[in-house]
Each structure stands twice: as C-alpha cells, then as structure tokens.
Design a protein around this ligand. Structure first.
Ligand code: NOJ
Length: 566
C-alpha cells in the first residue's frame, strides 16, 4: 500500500550546515511560544517573568525545540496582557529588567535556542508618552498626527467618524475631552480603548519603529513576531465598512478597509532591509489573519517577511479532506514566493487544540468558550485528536509553532470564575464573549508544589488566573514518569523530526486509502492518521512514533503513526 500512486509537493530543502540562501534556520525551525505571564513566576507576584523563563530553559532543551517566541514583556499597563505597550524599549517591572532579558537571551543562545520577541506596531498603549502628548495637544497638532484622531460625525461631532467596530467588541472610536474641557475629537482603536492605532503614513511613526527594531536587534534577538501585521494601513479617508460587521474577527473579512491593505507591504520591505543590515539570518514572522493561504503568502514574498503564521491551517476542522487541502495549498503557496510553509495549532488567542478539536459548535477566533457555550468539547476526545493533530503537524516540511502547555496536553479552562477573567473581550462584550483567558492559565510544572510549581516553592504569590484541580495529573513532573504521556509524545516527535530532518524535507501524498485517512511520506518517514470511524489495518513498517499506544496490527480511530517502511 505504501507504494501506491504518489504525488509530490516540495518545500525548500536546505542543508542546515549550508549558509547559502535557502538554508536559513527559520525555514525548518520549531518555535515554542512563551506567554511570559503564564510560564513561570520567579518573583512570587503571581505573574510569570523573565527570570522564570531562564530557569526553565533546560526543560525546553530537553523538549527539543529550536527557538522561542516571547509574547510582550515591555512596559505596559497590561490592559491587554502586554499587547498595550507604553515603552517599546524597556521591560515592565512585572517581568523583570533589561538585564534579566539579556541574561535570558544569553542563556538561550548558550543552549542553541534562538529568541524571537513580539513587536506591536499597530497600536500603543494609551499610557505611551506620545498618546499622552496627543491628548494634551490641539486637534491638527504634530502630536495628534501620530495617531488617528478625527472629528466626529453628526451636527456637533457627537457620533463616531465611521462605523468601524473594535475586534474586542463595541465601536472602534473613543471621544476625548479636549484640554479646555470641551467634548472633542475621536481616536481610532481597532482593539481596546486603551490601544490607540498609530497613523502609519506618518514618517515619524515609521522612523520610530525602525529604531525599535534596531534596539532589540542590537541586543541580539533573532527576530520578531509582528502583531496584527495585516492591520497597520487603513484605506485613505477611513470609509465606512460596507456592509457593516460587528468586529468579531481578526481578519476573516477580506474587504475590511483596515485589514490587508496594499500599503502594509511597503512597511515590511522597509523592515526587511533593516534586518538585512544584521548578521545571522534575523527573521520577521507575520501575525496576519487573512482568509486564505494565498493571501497569507503575500506577506512572505522574498523582500518582505520571512514567515507568516498559517492560520487557515489552524482553523481547519478535524476532517481529513480539509486538512489535506490546506496542507497542499500551503506547500504550494508559500514555496511559490520563496518562503517556508508554517504550521500552528494553538496560541494565546484561540481555544487550545486539545479542546477545540472536539468542539461541536463554531467558535470564532477570540471568542473563547465558557460554561454556557454551545458544543462543549469532550475532554478525552479532544486530547486524543490533539495528539494526532500534532503528530501530523510535526511531520510536515517547513517551520512549526508550539504554544506553551500543549506539550502537556493542557485543555482550555472553561469554568474560570467570572471575577477572574481579564480579557478585554469579556469586558467589552459584557460577558457575551468569554475571551481568551481559558488558554492563558499558568502552566503546571510540579504536581505537589504550590500553584503546581508555577510560582516559588514557598507558595508566595497566587497564580494570576486560577489553575484547575485536575491539572495536578497533567503537571510536567508527573508526565516525566509516564512514557504514554503527551510530554513523551512531543519529545519523541521532536527528536524524530530532527533526526530525520523532516522540516527540510518534502511531502508525497500516499493514495489508495479511504478519504478519512491522511497518508503521506516525508523522506524515510511515512505518516498515517486515521480520522475515520473505525480502525485501519496498519501498513507494514517499523513504528517510530504513535500518538496512542498501538496494540496489534490496527491503527485506532483518531490516531496518527510515524512509520519507517520496510
Ligand atoms: C494579536 C495578539 O495576539 C492578541 O493577543 C492581541 O490582543 C491583539 N493582537 C492586539 O494586540
């Protein structure tokens, strides 16, 4: 059966020791996302920090990842968990100091782990010195010109300038009180009111971000994950969104006058040139929520960004034909512009895939799930599918992203107390959308320790979101002792991926299987995943890794296996 008719899709296949173009690290790398406030709390204030990251780097080495991406740790009032930046060139005291950052970077590099930091260019915090200056200045001033201030509509300017809605719910405009106390202009915020959008046609804004890039590049970072990379440029004149939408999506709306505008590409060409001034293959990764793989690939043309998250892959349901299609499209569209395909299943904005893959109701990005959401996931089914899904993903050519805690099989926390929730989505929709707190709960390291080892051993500091009692059995130290654990599975997948150089490989679909089976070969590794409803005869070969224990000659339902053909 393995020799059945095949079709081949290629991806760049660099030799990692080769420094010619095409061999850059980011083409094949596995990047582990650290959400610092929920990773490890060394200071005991209940919020994770940079020394906590440094303390756990050996755990990442033993997991087998190549790089880390850290969500924002910059000075911020934390209205959107740090995606509201008040000072782009300093560490918030919650997370430590610049010296802690440098120590973490050095320690990661000493272990061969590359470090990507988050850049948030669409908006700043309302506490940023520029926005404070804008509020204190007159309409039409230089200070207002760095943001998108406009006069209101209506007889007395009492209506928002247009009908745009915030991604977090409610209008995307807030009216200010002018320094003389009169009701004044409005400013645009595609996200929370505390996140005013910059005006990217302003050369001062452009120059400022070149400086921010250089600040972190000079410190030695390997690259940037670029927040809302599809949103910086708005259509001239800020016309109404027609037809009006409630802003419930980060970018499913292809026609929105603020997503995916042509002008953003010039910004990334400019940044590409800044990164090219530095040695060591520094990289930009676009967080661009676009409706198709082909649109996403526009962000990674050879003179723009280096990677873009493959959100169409993340959003694909647990259906073999749909998964095959998005893989094929990705392996066509990204290499066609000279970029690697990327793969991702979880991050800090979506329902964790150990729950999402067993949901039976639609769950738009950012809405989250809570006790009253329709289509509640079946936990065991979700985890089983998640293990199989990751086994498929890590066998694919290109670069893959993991989100902290998925290596422990953590599910979404559905029953957080309302009083604990902190996502602005929850507040801006009056609790109609639960938001993203359920995927951000601090991760469990040690079953018997306070806060499961997330904080100091003396128990100082409660974790900023409560951890469920069931997580005792999912703590990393418990999984260390269990060869059937998700942690062991991730380690085996990552070690085999590296040994077989799968990231640099190419994919060949294997035909002759039922439609609900995903079957492909990458190099010497054959991957078979059974997404059907009954067990499959297991093809002959040596089992390298299996997402569930395999007994006998059958591949159970919702299970994936990596085989070496005999
Ligand atoms: C995308 C980030 O991933 C998300 O967490 C944040 O709320 C928005 N961008 C706004 O910065």
């Amino acid at each position: 059966m393995l020799d059945a008719m095949t079709s081949q899709l290629t991806s760049p296949a660099p030799d990692l020791a080769d420094s010619r173009p095409g061999a850059e690290w980011w083409r094949t790398t596995v990047i582990y996302q650290i959400y610092p406030r929920s990773f490890a709390d060394a200071s005991g204030d209940g919020i994770g920090d940079l020394p906590g990251v440094t303390a756990h780097l050996d755990d990442l080495t033993s997991l087998g990842v190549d790089a880390i991406w850290l969500s924002p740790f910059y000075r911020s009032p934390q209205k959107d968990a740090g995606y509201d930046v008040a000072d782009y060139c300093d560490v918030d005291p919650l997370f430590g100091t610049l010296t802690d950052f440098d120590a973490m970077l050095d320690a990661a590099h000493a272990r061969g782990i590359r470090v990507i930091v988050d850049l948030v260019p669409n908006h700043s915090s309302d506490r940023h010195v520029w926005f404070q200056e804008a509020l204190a200045s007159a309409p039409g001033s230089t200070a207002r010109g760095r943001y998108l201030f406009r006069d209101g509509a209506g007889e007395n300017g009492e209506l928002p300038p247009n009908n745009w809605e915030s991604v977090f719910g409610g209008p995307a405009w807030t009216r200010v009180t002018e320094p003389d106390g009169t009701p004044g202009q409005w400013y645009l915020h595609l996200f929370d009111t505390s996140q005013p959008d910059f005006d990217w046609s302003n050369p001062e804004v452009q120059e400022s971000f070149r400086g921010i890039l250089r600040f972190w590049l000079d410190r030695g970072v390997d690259g940037f994950r670029v927040d809302v990379a599809h949103g910086l440029v708005k259509t001239d004149g800020l016309p109404d969104h027609l037809p009006p939408v409630d802003g419930d999506s980060m970018g499913g709306h292809d026609e929105a006058p603020y997503w995916g505008q042509e002008g953003v590409h010039e910004i990334y060409r400019d940044w590409h040139r800044v990164l090219a001034e530095y040695d060591g293959d520094r990289a930009l990764c676009a967080e661009a929520w676009l409706p198709t793989v082909d649109r996403t690939a526009e962000w990674v043309r050879s003179d723009e960004m280096h990677q873009a998250f493959n959100f169409p892959y993340l959003m694909t349901e647990w259906q073999a034909p749909a998964i095959r299609e998005v893989i094929s499209e990705s392996l066509r569209a990204f290499p066609a512009v000279g970029a690697p395909a990327t793969w991702v299943l979880s991050n800090h904005d979506v329902v964790r895939h150990a729950s999402r893959l067993a949901l039976t109701a639609e769950n738009p990005q950012g809405h989250g799930i809570g006790p009253d959401s329709p289509g509640q996931p079946i936990p065991d089914l979700g985890l089983r599918r998640a293990r199989a899904a990751t086994s498929i993903m890590l066998a694919l050519p290109g670069s893959a992203y993991l989100y902290q805690g998925e290596e422990l099989g953590l599910p979404e926390v559905i029953d957080l107390p309302d009083a604990a929730r902190q996502d602005p989505t929850w507040f801006r929709t009056d609790g109609e959308r639960y938001g993203r707190d359920g995927c951000r709960v601090p991760i469990p390291w040690t079953a018997s320790a306070p806060a499961y080892g997330f904080g100091p051993a003396d128990g100082s500091g409660a974790s900023w979101l409560p951890q469920p009692a069931e997580w005792e059995t999912l703590a990393r130290d418990v999984q260390e002792d269990d060869p059937d654990s998700t942690l062991w599975l991730y380690r085996e997948l990552l070690a085999t991926r590296r040994a077989e150089d799968l990231g640099a490989g190419s994919l060949t679909w294997l035909h002759g299987y039922e439609d609900d089976v995903i079957a492909f070969r990458n190099g010497e590794v054959t991957v078979i995943a059974n997404l059907g409803t009954r067990p499959l005869p297991l093809p002959s070969g040596t089992v390298l890794v299996a997402s569930e224990p395999i007994a006998g000659a059958e591949l159970p339902v919702d299970t994936a296996v990596w085989l070496r053909a005999e």
